[in-house]
Design a protein around this ligand. Sequence first.
Ligand SMILES: [Zn+2]
Length: 504
Amino acid sequence: MRSHIRSGSMGNARRRLAACAAVFSLAVAGGVVAAAPATAAPTQAVTTTAPAAVAQTAVPTTANPLPSVDPVGDPANLSVLVNKSRPLNPVSYAPGDLVNARGSGQYLRAEAAAWLNGLFQGAADAGTGGLAVVSGYRSYAQQQQVYSYYVSIYGQAQADLISARPGHSEHQTGLAVDVGNANGSCGLSTCFGDTAAGIWVAANAHRYGFIVRYPNGYTNVTGYSYEPWHLRYVGVDLATEMKRRGFPTMEQYFAGNPTAYASITSGADLVAADSSGRLLRYPAHGGGGYGIPSVIGSNWHGLKQAFVVDWDADGVYDILAQWDNGTLGLFKGWPGGAFSTQIVVGTGDWDKMTITVGKWSAAQGYPGIVGYFPDGGLRYYPNTSGRALSYRVDIGSGWAGMGLTMADWNGDGANDILAITTSGHLLSYPGNGGGGFAGLPATVGSGWGTMKALVPSFGLSGPGTRSITAQTVDGYLVDYALGVGVWGAQRQVGNGWNGMKLFR
Ligand SMILES: [Zn+2]
């Protein structure tokens, strides 16, 4: 495991800020060129593994952070959070206002049963074929029987994925109901989610105060596999708020951040591939350093370069990978953790390009790509859909051999291009926020020829802080604080990074 220096030690990091004459002229804006890169097509080329659970310690910078809410523990409260780590208290709790729901012989608390009537009416009115009550309240003793039954059939590990231990079941609150199609098809089966009634329920349950408690893709958040039939009554206010704010689960709602379980949660996290192809995330802890890394992927071989970026602007960080085989691939980050399989956003000669990724034009809601082929012609590839690239724009020439990083050096709100020249000077080319340049470059450093990678960082030393984290050729990580057009303090934040492919 790579070690990290968390002190403010300067180590052998040298000061690299000496002024120097500009050696490159301003790149010239050009016209639109219509050669569109290949469009997206999913492939299975690379897979990622599910990450280990990682506590959120960093300040998210793109995830629209919201204040956390203390989880409700009162079992009689309609918002009570019950899951594998939060049993009912007391575990023998039994509600006092159970009623026979729709005459089904299954019981729910009175308010939940009343709103269930509306839900069933709505589903029927929508022409879905209607719903049926399958299961409602279960007492501690009944849950003990159910759980023991599943353990006897499937073993404990599988039973825990599909059934709650006694005292840990939402059914014991009287607020959970399993529903199915009125015709009996797809009972307690995931195919319910694909039926007209299941689709309608997922889209409309919140209007009646219910949520689909165990949605698809959130097993590592809820602890349960997908259960489109298991509805939990939380009241119209909370159910609607969760829908509006984009919280798929109660766990994420109470964490205050719908992306708290994503594999990359902060613009200050470092992501890197090691020599064995493992993808590692080093979580920024908000105090200027990193926590214990977790493995968030495997088989990341053949990588020329990769970038951490919210490519589709959904508030969750994605990975854009530039492969040695010329493919440019997107791995969409999921709010509940892990990534999609690769979505190809470019094919051909992307391995021959030197690129940087970021918001280059305010006209696009998504980050794009600025880069050059060995001929030195600088191009801007807008990303107008959050998926594939659109036509390219030529924006400069004479860039051969430059190392590129996109960052807002002068603090005017528009990204600039930081370029390391072949003589090791660092130049800042001011962007105009509209896809082009705004003026002459400034020399902002020298001696940067020993830098292997520059990573723009957001929030490493606390909310609102900006910096450039640099990986030196001798394996050190040095963080350079960014002011407005000036450097702030620099300090060593890691060593032993030789052989690591640092994502930018
Ligand atoms: Zn259930």
